[in-house]
Design a protein around this ligand. Structure first.
Ligand SMILES: [Zn+2]
Length: 128
């Protein structure tokens, strides 16, 4: 599943932060590189025309990964691709946000001691 969460990156646990970073690159590559497989995916479509917003999310992810001690990020995005795109986050309603927070809460509740296994710099690299 490819998904960009709507909550701030600081609210994501380690696994979801790393997962979202990987998936953001999948979406970016679909929109910028035109990789057919993901082009029609609803989450990709949600970011159509909003590369500047997606770029900003990626930079927030990178800052958050660094704040958590991962310094292996090597997958910079091409800023020039954001020209003439919107920096505005796609519209999201309060119910969706609440549902996301609940999903993340349940995930954390089911995984005590989360995070330790995720602290590998390799996981910040989306196989690009
Ligand atoms: Zn990256």
């Amino acid at each position: 599943m490819v998904k960009i969460w709507n909550v701030p990156v600081q609210e994501l646990d380690d696994q979801h932060l790393l997962g979202e970073h990987f998936e953001l690159h999948v979406i970016w590559n679909a929109l910028v590189g035109g990789r057919a497989g993901w082009r029609r995916h609803p989450e990709t479509q949600r970011w159509q025309g909003r590369l500047a917003a997606l770029y900003a999310r990626h930079q927030a992810q990178v800052r958050e990964m660094q704040a958590r001690g991962w310094h292996g990020h090597r997958s910079e995005l091409d800023l020039s691709a954001t020209a003439n795109s919107s920096a505005e986050w796609p519209e999201v309603d309060a119910a969706t946000l609440a549902a996301e927070r609940e999903r993340l809460r349940q995930y954390r509740a089911g995984r005590p001691g989360r995070g330790a296994a995720a602290r590998s710099t390799d996981q910040t690299r989306p196989g690009a």
